[in-house]
Design a protein around this ligand. Sequence first.
Ligand code: IMP
Length: 437
Amino acid sequence: MNSRNVTVIGLQWGDEGKGKIVDAIARHCRYVVRFCGGANAGHTVRVGDERFAFHLIPCGILHDGVHNVIGNGVAFDPAVACEEIEGLRQRDVTVGSDNLHISSAANVVMGWHKLEDRLSESLLGKGKIGTTARGIGPCYADKATRTTAIRVGDLLDADVLREKVTRIAAVKKAVFAAMYSHRERLNIEEIVEEYAAYGGNLAEMVSNTGAMLRRAVADGERICFEGGQGSLLDIDHGTFPFVTSSSVTACGVPSGAGVPPKAVGRIVGIVKAYTSRVGAGPFPAEQDNATGEWLRERGHEYGTTTGRPRRCGWLDAVALRYAADLSGVDELALTLLDVPGGLADLRIATAYRVDGQVVDQFDPAAGALARAECVYEDLPGWQGEIADARRFNDLPDEARHYVERVEALLGRPVGVISVGPDREQTFAHHSKLKDLI
Ligand code: IMP
């Protein structure tokens, strides 16, 4: 089966710099496919002096001849999609039925999902998840409920849309009143008009993307599956309940894109040279101190989607091994290696101490993790900037040693290294994808 494909996923809690790596790979692929998440994602790509921030549109949109696919597994917010498409067109990027394909089976994020997200979080108070408020959880909840879900295909038929909106709005009103003591007007005609207009704008791009991708697999076309969020936010395998609501590991590719499991191809796990997390939940290697603050400022660790400051800490080999094993990662891409430069020492968590016992397994059950203290290995830091490095041997000894420790601790090669936001600042190291980077 097709081994030319590449799956790119984050191995931490998101914001690992996936967009940049996908962007580098995308130009050599025929298809770039989103299979999970929705507008909660924020992928940033810099081209020259221009900065592009994508939430829903796959990163391959910047390359000629690439088909960009929003798969059935995505929580699709048509308002965000229309805005992003318009923004790209204003910057002279062509977007249309030749290069963007939206699954008719993707579930639609409605206005009431965003409201539900906010109401639910405010009701939870201190126990809240700290979501992006993009309506992601409520949209996937309705997908699982089935009878309260609207799919992209429904936006194209005004009668179907009106029937569904009328029926579901009545349910939502009752739920808002009963659960949150919140009265919401939900004007059926306004909602139908708004969402039918999105459907009209997007219609030419909506199709059976699963069939399209299975054909591409059969034809041996190269596909890049672009992960969103990070493995530790996975609905099944992440630090539940402080997770997102979709399958964001490589295990989510087949169902979220509609391709056979063997089509995932080579799996690249993106690892930021330190760790960040936004929102609530356990984070054993967190540095809620001057070091964390320093990493946040130097790494510009503020959310692309929400602008929230990210929690920062040391690299965590226990969590990373778990995430890499879960997806069967073939090679790593180590990003933002320039950021920790200047620290006297760096630390990597190699085990946890939980209730007096040393463990080297990551147990995502939030209770135990919240009590975990890290056992660290200390490594010498490097001084001076490394942003000009273009190959491994350009890096100072200490930075090379750090990369080698990551490889040894995770039992996988670091295939790609990135030392800054520009395209030229990404280079292949031990990658089997040398022709792509
Ligand atoms: P939701 O996906 O908006 O429901 O948020 C659930 C959790 O996932 C929160 O902690 C968010 O901060 C986090 N999250 C969701 N998407 C991303 C992302 O793309 N990067 C980092 N964190 C994310």
